[in-house]
Design a protein around this ligand. Structure first.
Ligand code: SAM
Ligand code: SF4
Ligand code: SF4
Length: 350
């Protein structure tokens, strides 16, 4: 997951300044367009749970693109400027371009991005998504050798398919494609340095993400986390790096620059240095529930309101949800004594 947050309050009307109980504004909405995926990453959708028998949501339960656009319009009224489409694997939705186009036309939306495993990103798709108004892509890639990558994705898809996707994005004119690597000790942490070396000097920004305890199916344990400091130390030992200034207040990826001018990397420190204080992000599940934290147990179901045409009621509910928010799970993770169920990341989107 990338947790990047832009807290720069560009909107100044009262309506746009709705804040939660910890005075955090709402700026960012992640929209999950499907709970399905063509990968079975062992830390996200392990086959033991997401097997052939697993019942994914029927199409009839997914929000329509009209409904998603209506939620985006409402969110924009309250200060959301950034939309990220995610899943599951969002490229599984063949008509995603339509949604991108509609969202791009919503007043107040300045940035639309997509998080994808890129294995389905053909040249044609990259071009059509760009023409529809998609601005940025984050591609997930957890290793640079096939053996490790296949052990992670568990569906026998090789690294080249993802690299081809990244190449297609570049050819289609996407400029700042970022590559995200989740690091899990004993699974792929030996790939930290090979990944750094591969992307060094390419202009693509590699971001390392600490393995998180999202959901209840990935058997997370603190001992599986390679901390941000350890990741930086391992890279620095061979490719010297120095800390770089954040691009904006609340940026969650800590930036590091290669001393030799080979570009930069980011490290997302969700576990070792939580950043809940600046978290201005809400999530919309594929079934129409709003979640105010990645680690939430339950969401707020907007479907009854989406069935009516009462925009004012939808807006009131959206405002109520954000203004009663007090989530700061990552800051309290080690103090939480009772284990409670958490929603899966493939359901609400990374
Ligand atoms: N399928 C798309 C992809 O993989 O990019 C989008 C959805 S995926 C849930 C979004 C991001 O969440 C991916 O970068 C993935 O690696 C990350 N992610 C999933 N489970 C995670 C976990 N337990 N800890 C940290 N990041 C995780
Ligand atoms: Fe699919 Fe993305 Fe989860 Fe991997 S991380 S299983 S690609 S949703
Ligand atoms: Fe935001 Fe929840 Fe993550 Fe904290 S734990 S940064 S509140 S999503």
């Amino acid at each position: 997951m990338s947790h990047d947050v832009d807290t720069d309050p560009k909107n100044t009307s009262d309506e746009h300044n709705v804040v939660d109980k910890l005075h955090r504004p709402l700026r960012d909405l992640r929209v999950s367009v499907t709970d399905r995926c063509n990968f079975r990453c062992v830390y996200c959708m392990p086959k033991s749970v997401f097997s052939k028998e697993y019942k994914f949501l029927p199409r009839s339960e997914l929000l329509s693109f009209e409904e998603i656009t209506r939620v985006v319009k409402t969110a924009a009224q309250f200060g959301v400027t950034k939309i990220r489409l995610t899943g599951g694997e969002p490229l599984i939705r063949n008509d995603l371009e339509q949604l991108v186009e509609w969202i791009a036309n919503v007043d107040g939306i300045k940035d639309i991005s997509l998080t994808t495993n890129a294995s389905l990103l053909t040249k044609k798709r990259a071009v059509s998504l760009r023409s529809a108004g998609l601005q940025r892509l984050n591609v997930s890639l957890d290793a640079i050798d096939d053996e490790t990558f296949k052990r992670v994705n568990d569906v026998d898809i090789g690294v080249q398919d993802v690299l081809d996707g990244i190449e297609h994005a570049t050819l289609a004119g996407f400029k700042s494609t970022k590559v995200n690597m989740v690091v899990k000790k004993g699974l792929n942490d030996h790939s930290i340095l090979p990944m750094a070396k591969f992307f060094h000097g390419t202009g693509q920004i590699l971001r390392f993400i600490e393995f998180m305890d999202v959901g209840s199916t990935n058997a997370w344990d603190l001992s599986h986390v390679v901390t941000s400091q350890e990741i930086a130390d391992r890279i620095n030992a061979e490719l010297p790096i120095q800390p770089a200034e954040a691009n904006y207040r609340g940026e969650v990826a800590k930036r590091w620059q290669y001393v030799d001018g080979g570009g930069e990397i980011g490290i997302i420190t969700s576990v070792s240095e939580p950043f809940c204080g600046d978290c201005s992000r809400a999530r919309l599940s594929a079934t129409g529930s709003v979640y105010t934290c990645l680690f939430a147990t339950s969401g707020h179901d907007l479907r009854p309101l989406l069935r009516s045409q009462d925009d004012a009621a939808l807006a009131r509910e959206f405002k109520r949800i954000w203004s009663s928010r007090e989530d700061r799970y990552s800051e309290t993770r080690t103090q939480v004594s009772v284990i409670r169920p958490k929603v899966e990341m493939s359901f609400i989107g990374g």
